[in-house]
Design a protein around this ligand. Structure first.
Ligand code: NAD
Length: 483
């Protein structure tokens, strides 16, 4: 076993390189050891980028910008389409690598890759048109949209492929060139994609650098980068904003959430429970827009608790490579310790466990799916973003009180309302202080629909015309027709 792991480790270590100016480069920065969260063992490593390699990547992206931005949208769409085809053609091995480094079950890894491909293609269907503001005998005033230049993209570890593909496509389709950095916990899939698309794009258009948090900070400070697309935690998002201020970079921040689902008294708990459970526990709850708090009307509260607990028993916990697995490990040790700490705090508060509260006896960062109730509204499990497989179920009597509690948070990513009375549910959803309020669904996004956070869940939007235009500068061309 140890020997097999060593052989695999060596093979993988040789297989990953950075992409700078169209060339595969072995980084000379910090070495990143990549842990398989299902075993807790290092299974591969790669070399991160040094500051000089970042400078080279930025210089290459700047050189590539004039020719790339001069191409038409139609032309750039063809490149994105080729990238999407490559993602689909390599979905098998990429999904396996994603499961190894990230932990999610293989079927969810495949979904992530297919989603990355289809959302990328979807975004290139969105036309970006210049707008004619005035055109009369005297004046013609036009609003044009021009690409910003070099986009720096920084991604987290929970969905490294999908969260890279969105900003990557947005930047490229709108005429920008890119320097992309994945999380040090999950660098491999992103580096592999860099290798796969190396010959697709002209040199310098896409550069991929692995590296730790310091590399991210260098990117946010770098005078050669015009925009930062950051997906990650609120705390780091604030640092990115402060650091980007030095050069007044444009920024898009996609940060954390503490999404509430409000379940009204008219639903059948057995119908709603599987949907809510999936939205709370897919990818072991490590989803920015996961259901993180469930508010259930007192009339259906007991039945919903029972139906959710029943669902928890169906979710097989294990290594994501095993096809029977529905719930993989927590992605890394730091996050595992954080979730365990929350679990212990919740236990100390006297919570009632509807399901879970323990971990399977095996190595790796596993935890059984856990549902808790009888918790105080001010407890950490309600106030904080857990980002793990533990969700509180809270009771309400008056829906206005549920809305107030749902909104009583610094987060504002998304939320949902569940009911057979669509009109009432829609009116309630519209009162949620969030970027996306769903009715009878949660976690649904599309290439043509803006997504992003209100309050401290972020700044700006991804996807949609709104998201694409955040990679462009509006430029007014105002013409007086006579001298
Ligand atoms: P994180 O903030 O720790 O790290 C994210 C990325 O930022 C990594 O690549 C990291 O190396 C880099 N980084 C760290 N310090 C930096 C700095 N000072 N300057 C620049 N870059 C720096 O986040 P994480 O733990 O990897 O991800 C989990 C968080 O991401 C959760 O809060 C989750 O809700 C959020 N998230 C949000 C969305 C969304 O779309 N809103 C999507 C997925 C995840």
């Amino acid at each position: 076993m140890a020997q097999a792991q060593t052989a695999e480790h060596t093979a993988l270590a040789n297989g990953f390189s950075l992409l700078i100016d169209g060339a595969a480069v072995t980084g000379t920065g910090e070495r990143l050891d990549v842990v398989n969260p299902a075993t807790g063992e290092v299974f591969a490593h790669c070399q991160g980028a040094s500051r000089a390699e970042l400078d080279r990547a930025v210089a290459a992206a700047r050189r590539a910008f004039p020719a790339w931005s001069a191409r038409s949208f139609e032309d750039r769409t063809l490149f994105v389409k080729r990238m999407a085809d490559i993602l689909r053609a390599n979905a098998g091995p990429l999904a396996e690598l994603l499961t190894r480094e990230q932990g999610k079950p293989l079927s969810q890894a495949r979904d992530e890759i297919n989603r990355a491909a289809s959302q990328s293609e979807g975004m290139t269907q969105i036309p970006i048109r210049n707008e004619l503001i005035t055109d009369d005998a005297e004046r013609r005033i036009e609003l044009r949209y021009v690409p910003l230049g070099v986009a720096g993209i920084i991604t987290p570890w929970n969905a490294p492929i999908n969260l890279a593909a969105g900003p990557l496509t947005s930047a490229l389709y709108t005429g920008n060139t890119v320097v992309l950095k994945p999380s040090p916990y999950t660098p491999l899939c992103t580096l592999r994609i860099g290798e796969l698309i190396r010959d697709v794009f002209p040199p310098g258009v896409v550069n991929v650098l692995a590296g730790g948090d310091a590399l991210g900070q260098w990117m946010t400070e770098h005078p050669g980068i015009d925009k930062i697309s950051f997906t990650g935690s609120v705390a780091t998002g604030k640092k990115v904003m402060a650091s980007a201020a030095g050069t007044l970079k444009r920024i898009t921040l996609e940060l954390g959430g503490n999404d509430a689902a409000i379940v009204l008294e008219d639903v059948d708990p057995k119908v709603v429970a599987p949907k809510l459970f999936f939205a709370g526990f897919v990818n072991s709850g490590q989803v920015c827009m996961a259901v993180k708090r469930i508010y259930a009307h007192e009339k259906i509260y007991d039945a919903l608790c029972a139906a959710l607990a029943e669902e928890a028993r169906k979710w097989v916990v294990g290594d994501g490579l095993d096809p029977a697995t529905k719930l993989g490990p927590i992605q890394n040790r730091m996050q595992y310790d954080k979730v365990m700490d929350l679990l212990e705090d919740t236990r100390r508060q006297g919570a009632r466990f509807l399901a879970g509260g323990d971990r399977p006896a095996r190595p790796g960062y596993f935890m059984n799916p856990t549902l808790v109730t009888d918790v105080d509204e001010n407890s950490r499990i309600v106030r904080e973003e857990q980002f793990g497989p533990i969700v509180p179920v809270l009771k309400f009597t008056d829906v206005e009180d549920a809305i107030r509690r749902a909104n009583d948070t610094r987060y504002g990513l998304s939320g949902s309302v569940w009911s057979n009375d669509i009109e009432r549910a829609t009116a309630i959803a519209a009162k949620l202080e969030v970027g996306t309020a769903w009715v009878n669904q949660h976690r649904t996004t599309a290439a043509n629909v803006p997504f992003g956070g209100a309050k401290e869940s972020g700044m700006g939007r991804v996807y949609s015309e709104l998201g694409l235009k955040s990679y462009m500068e509006p430029r007014v061309v105002s013409v007086m027709k006579r001298l």
